[in-house]
Design a protein around this ligand. Structure first.
Ligand code: HEM
Length: 524
């Protein structure tokens, strides 16, 4: 049945009413006096979000920061309320430290449920406090230390595989896409440490299914549909409840991880009752569940959804930070050489000697600063508030202000990738890979100018009650992988242009190909 004149009239009336309401709300917005990113960068319907997505990671935020300073306003898609970009220390820290007054913005929550589950990444309010407290035993210093043997074994396998390929080609070097090799290793690592499962160096059918699904998602993430999915669901959340199979279906990694974890839960519980010595996260959490004897313990579904969460968020993040750091090392042979010297001076790798190497630590900090795997986070204010600023800023009317009043419902973007690269904070060489800044006296800006994250003075793991709970594990994994790779292999740049875009997390693209980072590799 084709729409009648009346239907069209009603629809147009609704759109007009929506626009009028939005305009009246806009006139009352306290953040209206904050300067707006250039209008020419804003699409009439998608707002500034489209140019952020279209360009390489952090590019637009850095451009706007250089024009307007670190705190400004951008236009949101579908004429929704303007968004506040909080790119200075005081404002971003205020929002992140008050995590229960500034919850995760609703746009990404339905996607989080589908891809990783209702674990701690998704949870908010009291559910988040409860889950976070009960999963924290899996991430203590001693728990992470107990995981290092598994991580080292996977790193050794990765290096052995690359050496074998070099020998098999009967050549001095190979040029290969490093992305799938490192991603298989980090999946192997997280499989072992999450629930004692062997993904067989990317060769098991589950590992292949996860990798295939992930690559599909990465490719999709760079299409218009990938841009629109979170934007449309964020603007019109009811869409997510429509009975459309594609919207309701769980992601492949979540489905596989939940199945393996569920199969293993009984076995782990029986084993923990007998010896209580398992070092993987599932064992640690089952042990904690048993000790609590039911009261205040994680329920089985929470335990499983969190294990699924760890598999998803603990694998690609570490992998992409490592591969971009390898590219930096390939482009800075003098840094690579110095790091190899430090590594080759050790007789063997142990948890202590790897974690205490000063140059490896500096390279790790610099790699994580420059290539934050999750370079932005969005929050929504639950109550009216006043956000402090690090430095006074000038409003559209020329007034100097030291804080910004906001209303409940205000969306705030924290561009951590840009915070890590802002030349006004890090200096003119902010965009250059220089690990020396972390070991040279005076190499870093004053502490009060830097983010208060848990490692490396960067915003990479954010800060506050929702700081990445896996940061210790990520740093250990990063160092162990880099130590094995750089001690035994030499990495050279192929000269090809590698671009960094966001597709779920940070991803490498080379000549239009997704998840692609070519490197020339030879034996050290
Ligand atoms: C280099 C590697 C990693 C980076 C850069 C990273 C970064 C982050 C960031 C930025 C967040 C906050 C997201 C937000 O609130 O919007 C986060 C949260 C989280 N990360 Fe990581 N992560 C890494 C590795 C890991 C690993 C290895 C695990 C565990 C296996 C992990 C588990 C989590 C969890 C569970 C959360 C949610 C914490 C909460 O909301 O309370 N991450 N991560």
């Amino acid at each position: 049945m084709s729409p009648t004149f009346l239907d069209v009239g009603i629809a147009s009336g609704c759109v007009a009413l929506y626009l009028v309401i939005r305009y009246v709300q806009y006139l009352r917005e306290p953040i209206r006096s904050v300067c707006c990113a250039p209008r020419e960068d804003a699409h009439w319907l998608w707002g500034h979000e489209f140019s952020v997505w279209k360009e390489e990671v952090s590019k637009k935020y850095l451009e706007w920061t250089s024009i307007l300073g670190p705190v400004y306003r951008i236009k949101a898609p579908f004429f929704q309320r303007d968004v506040l970009v909080a790119g200075d220390n005081a404002s971003s820290s205020h929002v992140l430290q008050n995590a229960y007054r500034y919850e995760k913005a609703p746009a990404f929550l339905p996607i989080t449920v589908k891809l990783v589950g209702r674990g701690v990444v998704w949870a908010h309010g009291d559910v988040h406090k409860h889950q976070r407290r009960l999963i924290s035993p899996a991430f203590t210093v001693s728990a992470v230390r107990g995981m290092q043997d598994d991580v080292s074994e996977c790193a050794e396998k990765l290096v052995a595989g690359i050496k074998k390929t070099i020998h098999a080609r009967n050549d001095e070097s190979i040029t290969t896409n490093i992305e799938p090799l490192v991603a298989s290793a980090t999946l192997d690592i997280v499989g072992r440490i999450a629930f004692g499962h062997d993904f067989c160096n990317g060769e098991s059918s589950e590992a292949k299914a996860i990798s295939e699904a992930w690559h599909k998602d990465v490719k999709m993430g760079r299409t218009m549909a990938g841009f629109l999915a979170p934007v449309v669901i964020g603007a019109f959340p009811f869409i997510n409840h429509l009975p459309i199979p594609a919207l309701q279906k769980d992601g492949v990694t979540k489905t596989i991880a939940l199945k393996i974890a569920a199969d293993m839960l009984k076995e782990h519980r029986a084993r923990e009752k007998v010896d209580g010595e398992g070092r993987d996260m599932l064992s640690i959490l089952v042990r904690d569940q048993l000790n609590r004897k039911g009261e205040d313990a994680l329920e089985d579904w929470e335990l499983l959804e969190n294990i699924s969460t760890f598999i998803m968020v603990g694998h690609e993040t570490t992998s992409c930070s490592v591969i971009f750091t390898l590219l930096e090392l390939a482009r800075h042979p003098e840094v690579q050489w110095k790091l190899r010297q430090e590594l080759q001076e050790l007789n063997e790798f142990t948890p202590d000697n790897i974690s205490n190497l000063p140059y490896l630590d500096a390279v790790t900090k610099e790699g994580l600063r420059m290539h934050a795997a999750s370079p932005r986070t969005d929050r929504i204010a639950l109550v009216d508030d006043v956000i402090p600023l690090s430095k006074p800023m000038t409003t559209t009317s020329g007034e100097k202000i030291t804080s910004i009043p906001i209303k409940a419902g205000q969306i705030i973007q924290i561009p951590t990738g840009c915070i890590n690269l802002n030349p006004d904070v890090w200096g003119r060489d902010a965009g250059q890979f220089q690990p020396e800044r972390f070991i040279t006296p005076g190499g870093l800006p004053a502490v009060d100018q830097l983010p208060h994250g848990p490692y490396g003075n960067s915003g990479t793991f954010i800060e506050g009650p929702r700081t990445c709970i896996g940061w210790r594990l990520a740093v250990m994994e990063f160092k162990v992988l880099l130590a094995h790779l750089v001690r035994d292999l030499v990495f050279e740049d192929t000269g090809k242009r590698v671009e960094e875009y966001i597709a779920g997390t940070l991803q490498a693209f080379c000549e239009g190909e997704a998840a692609h980072l070519p490197l020339k590799i030879s034996l050290a």
